[in-house]
Design a protein around this ligand. Sequence first.
Ligand code: BES
Ligand code: MN
Ligand code: ZN
Length: 504
Amino acid sequence: MNITIKVGTAEKEPAEVVVFYLYEDAKTLCESLARADKALNNIVSELIREKRFVAKSNKTIILPTYGKIRAKRIMLVGMGKKKDVTPDKIRQAAGTTATTLRDMGICGGASMMDSIDIPQPAGEWYQAYSEGVLLALYQYRKYKTIPPEDQQEFKALTLLVSGEGEPGIVRESVTHGQIIADAVSFARDLINTPSRDKTPGILADIARKMSREVGIQCKIVSLPEIKKLGMGGLLGVAQGSAQPPKFIILEYNAHAKNQDTVVFVGKGITFDSGGICLKQAKDMDIMKSDMSGGAAVMGAMKAISRMKFPRHVVGLIPCAENMPGGSAIKPGDIITFYSGKTAEVANTDAEGRLILADALAYAEKYKPAAVIDLATLTGSCVVALGTVVTGMLGNSEELKKRVKSAGEKTWERVWELPLWEEYQEQIKSDIADIKNVGGPYAGAITAACFLSRFTEKYPWVHLDIAGTSWCEKNNAYAQKGASGVGVRLLVQLIRNWDRFSEVK
Ligand code: BES
Ligand code: MN
Ligand code: ZN
């Protein structure tokens, strides 16, 4: 998919379709649309006057032009009320534009950007626009045997801009949007891949290949070394599977150690059957997505490296398959983690916290200024917050603020749950330091309590993405399946790291 930028006007553009954006509460048509409207015998103003087109968010209409202007058709896309417009509304409108045209079998078009009336500074908005187009067009088709000639593809979009000074900013922002959409698509591909084709070993190979491509360091820690390190959580979870675990370590800008180091940790369970505490069959297939946190970290590292941010960033991804094999860990077993602490495994389906415990304790060696972990950790978080927002818990007000702000900027929003002392009671064990479940109440919180025992030495935020990592149905810029949540948020967090005090 190609996005090009061009200075030009709508009537003169020889496109299959020219797209205009309209606000529900606008009193008049914008200049470029007014000109096209006039050439088209006022069809647009008539439609609006007769309320046959109301510019609510993501509503569209396509009209033929019968040769009255150079484009074959025009499309109108509703934006809702002008006062409610946000970069995410633009992302959605762009996504709706792209998929609507694709589904009509149209393979290219031009968007009249001045019809959006983008506020200054424009960069963020253009970036959101190109993200929306590219993310919406993402499809996971690897295992579909559609002959190429039957595949409908939207191939090229021209952004028509009027201003002379604009193309520079626009070009840079569109490039950023492309890098980010590529990283999100990379994460989505990993998450949508069936577990048998992304075992911990395969994931490690993919991480190595990606690292080589974008020039970051990649170290894969394999079974003998995982044993030597004493990562009992990762070993314990993996021992019921025929697939050996891997611990992926990605490092960007390793030389810049004189400044703040940020560590990302991503849960990399390539399939979560529940282990001996086996899950029910219904929807178990979705548990191939239990490495969404790991995928988000890999995607974010890819984008951060390509965008060349001046920061030392580390990505840690413990990978294992949670299976009920003959040598699987059993309820009642006790494991000893990398940090030396012990835990009673009360439920083998609470495996995420076990592998994260080792990775979070390992993160200490980087003396990080911040550690952010992402994990599809608890069904309880989905019960509490649904699929709209990611759960956030942590031990640093300052870091929580940073994450919240990055969430709002990217519309990958987070909502805080309390990590109060009182909840720690629930994970007390009779025979080990802690146990891995905290009873029926406040499951997302007690899971974070468990993690908090391994993050005492640095500012830390935990993001529970169990509800946000998977889309149950198509939306404006994501098809059903993996959302790739977390990639955009992490990139934004790093992008704003030094400027945070000014921009929050
Ligand atoms: N991977 C699951 C959590 C999950 C549930 C993610 C639904 C996405 C959608 C996690 O490993 C798990 O099984 N958690 C258990 C914990 C319980 C046994 C304490 C849960 O939430 O039921
Ligand atoms: Mn589980
Ligand atoms: Zn899990």
